[in-house]
Design a protein around this ligand. Structure first.
Ligand SMILES: Nc1ncnc2c1ncn2[C@@H]1O[C@H](COP(=O)(O)OP(=O)(O)O)[C@@H](O)[C@H]1O
Ligand SMILES: [Mg+2]
Length: 361
């Protein structure tokens, strides 16, 4: 189990003038590596054979370690190699997707940027909802049991990524009907019924603000906003309603890419307050709170109410729209700032002020 004592002793053996920024080769790794290089760090990529072309065509990793599966990062020889390179790991979506939060907290003895305790909170829908509502955010209602459904509801599987097996219903009857259909099509199993999270479906557009919580500057910064390009939901709208009724569609949300978004300016003050408050609440739940990037997933309705339905306590792939710059990073820093670079800048500044341990928790 990694704790502040063994992180401190690992850092003690590190050559702090020769740090390497490392991550798994997927998700937002190019963003992270480019930012690290621009801030003067060396880089190491833990890469699967099939993805190696990416780091040949975009040679941003000084060292590429090839593995059969990402879980190999837990092997002792690989961890030892990373420590020899004085590596600080930057977690992204593939860490939690391939390793699980338990293994990340218990099995990975390499310093990692951010607050590992919050990765745990992020993994559980109920704890997450508790955190966000205590931070004063507006959340969609949740329904305890199918009998309570009295409006349009999105039924989500716990832990399902990409919305496969999610479905929309507006009454208890339609819930049971849809559920049987999903089981019939092999997308769900009978036993899944107890794990389904029933959440009010908010009609509006998705807005995903990306924040950076700086321990060095004691501030939460807004660095970018994106929306997602999801298959099949974004494709269904191109099919006329009559044909939609004839084919068996269900709303899956497999992410294919991200699109940059400039938000109506009058919505920005609330978005900024949301970022501040989520960090403040996190500081109570797991001190010192959010360290580095985090992202809120929101829906904005026609009367301009912002509903938050999820949080990621790490860099999100949506920040890839900002590589180079984004409107909000530009407003704050001028040209050349983006999430990967902002992370490396925080590490550099923490090192300069002797505060590295405060951002590797
Ligand atoms: N309450 C909601 N109202 C409207 N749309 C929603 C709601 N919850 C989720 N969605 C849509 O479903 C997608 C996947 O849901 P999400 O809770 O983010 O699951 P995942 O764990 O797969 O990321 C979202 O990106 C959004 O487009
Ligand atoms: Mg999501």
């Amino acid at each position: 189990m990694i704790n502040s004592e063994n992180i401190a002793s690992i850092l003690n053996d590190y050559d702090l003038e020769n740090l390497t920024i490392g991550t798994l080769g997927s998700h937002s790794s190019l963003n992270i590596f480019k930012g690290a290089k621009e801030e003067g760090f060396k880089t190491v990529c833990i890469c699967r054979e099939k993805d190696a072309i990416l780091y040949k065509k975009f040679p941003l990793a000084d060292e590429v370690i090839t593995v059969q599966s990402f879980a190999e990062i837990l092997s002792e020889p690989l961890q030892e190699k990373l420590r020899k390179l004085n590596t600080i790991l930057i977690p992204h979506g593939s860490f939690t997707a391939y390793l699980g939060t338990g293994q990340l907290v218990e099995g990975l003895m390499v310093p990692m940027f951010g607050n590992r305790k919050l990765l745990h909170w992020e993994a559980n829908r109920n704890e997450q909802a508790d955190w966000l509502s205590k931070a004063g955010l507006r959340l969609p209602l949740t329904f305890e049991k199918p009998e309570d459904i009295d409006r349009m509801v999105i039924a989500k599987m716990s832990g399902a990524k990409g919305g496969s097996g999610y479905f929309l219903v507006n009454s208890p009857q339609s819930f049971y009907k849809q559920f049987s259909l999903m089981v019939g099509r092999g997308l769900l199993r009978e036993g899944d019924i107890d794990d389904i999270h029933l959440q009010e479906y908010i009609i509006g557009v998705n807005v995903y603000p990306q924040f950076f919580s700086s321990i060095v500057k004691n501030d939460v910064e807004l660095l970018g906003i994106d929306r997602r390009y999801e298959s099949a939901v974004d494709g269904i709208s191109k099919i006329p309603a009559r044909e939609q009724l004839e084919i068996e569609t269900n709303p899956s949300y497999t992410i294919v890419g991200n699109l940059p978004l400039a938000l109506r300016e009058s919505l920005l003050p609330e978005v900024l307050r949301m970022g501040d408050n989520v960090h403040k609440k996190a500081a109570e739940l797991a001190p010192p709170g959010l360290v580095g990037p985090f992202c809120l997933e929101t829906v904005v309705t026609e009367d301009l109410k912002i509903f938050a339905f999820e949080i990621s306590a790490r860099i999100v792939a949506g920040s890839n729209i900002g590589i180079g710059t984004s409107p909000y990073a530009y407003l704050k820093y001028g040209p050349g700032m983006y999430m990967g670079r902002r992370i490396a800048m925080e590490i550099r500044e923490a090192r300069e002020s002797g505060a590295l341990a405060s951002i590797l928790i």
